[in-house]
Design a protein around this ligand. Structure first.
Ligand code: NZQ
Ligand code: ZN
Length: 389
């Protein structure tokens, strides 16, 4: 088992009515609030009115930054920083999914950054100095409510950069706010949760028992709860389980004690969304089974890991390890097809025109994937993309 450091300073409030503490949480940091949200879902659900009322009741002054895009853009981060400076903002209140929270993390850090925030993103994130950030999470997916990452896009340069910023100071996670998430986003978010686990589960370390079990437990929880949430969007228990799965999956905890990996499917997916602005979880659902088959072919020494996945996650059994490994991947693929996630890039209208550019960008952004669990060259990356067509 490897060494690790646990550091998640977020105060985390979970469950029905958790928003009751919002007013006092915000007031701890000051009275001038920047309310950041996306394209309008919070207005349709009534959450916006609830929040404005809470702010009024607590004598908080609210400035708004609406319109954060899915795959949040650097220009919106710039707008937010300018508002924080001109309005002397004390605390950022981020209400939405991962895109809104990521954008808010970059605003919070960019407020103190001397220079353009895109340079900060290119440097890999912030130095830790940031405005306080409180979020109300509305989509179970990224885990941004319980980690320090933010992924910021720049559609002028076709780049999407994952960086380390600050964890939110406070996250409020009420599963009832996810009742309104449409089926396609519920499924894509769940594919993202599963991918966060699989990126860490597929490693050379087998003896970090608790982390392995947490990973398998989260995968099984998503497999059981996603179909329920799709059938009955207001199934509290299903939504609650998906929300807690989301928070823990990307927190780092499922990787504690394990040799770290380079999160290869995320590296490949961020390029797809940088070039084609697709939904992150959809890209992962297309890429992951292809990556799995590719690495199993390239390095059959990883077969025992796939056998463990097949047995412990999918409940499969048999004496033929190679067959079990293949069946585990097929089970994952069947599951994602059963929840109507797209399974090819062609369905999204994506061709092979940028595959080499994307492989070369992975090299430039993160130094490539040659040091990964199963090393991938640029040609390997292009081949995985090709198999997704
Ligand atoms: O913008 P609004 O109107 O709010 O609508 C959003 C958006 O259209 C909608 N939505 C969110 N909550 C809703 C809702 N619709 C109805 N009811 C609700 N309660 O869903 C759409 C997608 O929202 P978005 O925030 O983009 O989704 P997600 O949470 O999946 O975030 C994706 C972004 O996070 C990054 C991704 O790359 C992508 O940019 N990631 C962030 C990570 C992190 N911070 O640790 C890790 C991930 O691996 C990921 O890369
Ligand atoms: Zn992800």
């Amino acid at each position: 088992m490897e060494n690790f450091t646990h550091f998640i300073p977020t105060e985390y409030h979970f469950g029905k009515g958790a928003i009751d503490c919002l007013g006092s949480c915000l007031a701890r940091f000051g009275h001038r609030v920047l309310l950041v949200y996306g394209g309008g879902s919070i207005k349709r659900t009534g959450l916006y009115d609830t929040i404005i009322q809470i702010c009024k009741d607590n004598s908080l002054t609210v400035t708004e930054l609406p319109g954060v895009e899915p795959n949040p853009q650097i220009r919106t981060v710039r707008k937010g920083i300018a508002l924080c400076r001109s309005e002397s903002i004390d605390v950022i209140l981020s209400v939405g999914g991962g895109s809104t929270i990521d954008c808010s993390k970059a605003i919070a850090a960019g407020y103190y950054y001397k220079g353009d925030p895109w340079e900060m993103a290119l440097e890999g994130g912030s130095d830790g100095k940031a405005l306080p950030l409180v979020d109300v999470m509305t989509l179970a997916a990224t885990g941004s409510e319980f980690d320090a990452d933010a992924v910021i896009s720049n559609d002028e340069t076709s780049q999407k950069l994952d960086g380390k910023y600050n964890c939110p100071n406070i996250s409020i996670c009420d599963p009832t706010y996810t009742f309104s998430v449409p089926a396609n986003q519920t499924a894509a978010g769940s594919a993202d949760i599963m991918s966060h686990i699989m990126e860490q589960y597929f490693s050379r370390t087998f003896d970090s028992d608790l982390s392995e079990a947490i990973g398998e437990g989260i995968l099984k929880s998503v497999i059981s709860n996603l179909p329920k949430a799709l059938e009955y969007p207001e199934d509290y228990s299903a939504r609650a389980n998906l929300m807690w799965d989301s928070s823990v999956a990307c927190s780092g905890i499922p990787a504690y004690g394990k040799v770290s990996t380079l999160w290869p499917c995320h590296a490949l997916e961020h390029e797809l969304s940088a070039y084609y602005n697709i939904t992150h979880g959809v890209g992962l659902a297309i890429l992951t089974p292809r990556w799995m088959r590719f690495i199993l072919e390239k390095d059959p020494s990883v077969t025992p890991r796939f056998v463990k996945f097949a047995r412990n996650v999918w409940g499969l059994d048999g004496d033929d390890d190679a067959a079990l490994a293949r069946e585990g991947i097929e089970s994952l693929e069947d599951f994602w097809q059963s929840v109507n996630l797209p399974s090819t890039l062609t369905e999204l209208g994506i061709g092979d025109e940028h595959f080499y550019d994307m492989a070369s960008d992975i090299e430039k952004v993160s130094g490539g994937l040659e040091g990964d669990y199963v090393p991938l060259t640029s040609d390997d990356i292009v081949e995985i993309y090709r198999r997704c067509l």
